[in-house]
Design a protein. Structure first.
Length: 326
């Protein structure tokens, strides 16, 4: 098996975060003085839940007072119920949540979800660098290079196994292959990342677009052969990437895990939470976990979280019609 070159851990020491101006009152001088609830809008065991449970125990030790951060899974409505619950919570610093971008954009486009307004959340930061994608084939596939994939696309549509249209992998698959000029026939109905990737491993599809950690895991098992990276610079040497393919927008196809508090949360509370989150992400316990799971933990301020949200929204709006036409 070929050893995988891990991405360098791009860690910034700057964690002091300033929130956007709010009208709420200042934080109590003894904040926090009770446990903080971390709403996870998905079922236990999923990617977002795993991130929260890996980071929050470490985040606790960087709070100014000893309290617990307690994950609360609210899995319903594709994430909308948990997000709405956090949105309506008191802005006192005792409720925070993790938000799937672009997953929430997709949900809003499909369902409306008027129960919350993403623009009104108080942004704290993000858990890690956004997960980017690869397009791969099963290890036993006759397709050996990206040029082989392009030649197949010129002959007939490439069969691409994907999740349902509510999933972020669906968006990555549709938008990514269109940016690459590949004709596709989508094979949908797979529930999770493992299922639709296994379909490509079995040969049920010609190719699959999967997030970096999933791709790495299947590649380590000699089950997937990545043919192209959506990263600006591929973390796997020797395969084309967004730069060499002349498609820089591929790098914007990613899953972001933004952390937010209810609207009106005071800036000094946001500073406490943002600093604790930032320090946790560079803590040796978390960075060790990140390396073992092929993810990169980069602290981002509340302002950087807002910039990420706006960048991803603009990208999603640009390609939203491509998704509805699929």
């Amino acid at each position: 098996m070929v050893d995988i070159t891990r991405r360098d851990l791009m860690i910034s020491a700057a964690v002091g975060a300033l929130a956007a101006p709010r009208t709420a009152s200042a934080a109590p001088s003894d904040y926090p003085n009770k446990n903080i609830q971390f709403v996870v809008p998905y079922a236990p065991g999923g990617g977002f839940d795993i991130y929260v449970r890996a980071v929050t125990p470490v985040m606790e030790k960087y709070l100014p007072r000893k309290v617990s951060i307690v994950p609360l899974n609210v899995a319903s409505g594709g994430g909308s119920r948990g997000i709405a619950q956090a949105f309506r919570a008191r802005p006192d610093g005792y409720t925070i949540t993790i938000i799937n971008i672009p997953g929430l954009f997709i949900l809003q486009a499909q369902q409306g979800t008027g129960a919350f307004d993403l623009n009104r959340f108080t942004w704290i930061g993000a858990m890690g660098e956004g997960e980017k994608y690869f397009i791969s084939v099963g290890e036993r596939s006759p397709l050996k290079t990206f040029d082989d994939l392009k030649r197949l696309s010129a002959q007939r549509p490439i069969k691409l196994s994907v999740t349902g249209p509510e999933g972020t992998a669906y968006m990555a698959s549709v938008v990514g292959t269109r940016l690459l000029g590949l004709r596709t026939q989508l094979i949908t109905g797979y529930r999770g990342s493992a299922d639709y990737v296994v379909a490509a491993v079995r040969g049920d599809s010609d190719a699959v677009v999967a997030a970096l950690p999933t791709t790495y895991r299947f590649r380590r098992g000699n089950q997937l052969r990545p043919l192209a990276s959506f990263e600006t610079k591929s973390s796997i040497p020797g395969i084309p990437d967004a730069t060499s393919l002349g498609k820089p927008e591929l790098d914007l196809i990613r899953v972001e895990r933004l952390v937010a508090a209810p609207p009106g949360t005071p800036p000094d509370i946001v500073n406490v939470l943002s600093a604790a989150l930032g320090k946790a992400l560079v803590d040796p316990v978390v960075t060790k976990w990140a390396v073992e799971n092929d993810v990169v933990m980069i602290p981002r301020t509340s302002q950087e979280a807002v910039a990420t949200l706006n960048q991803q929204r603009a990208f999603f709006e640009k390609y939203k019609s491509s998704l509805s036409a699929s």
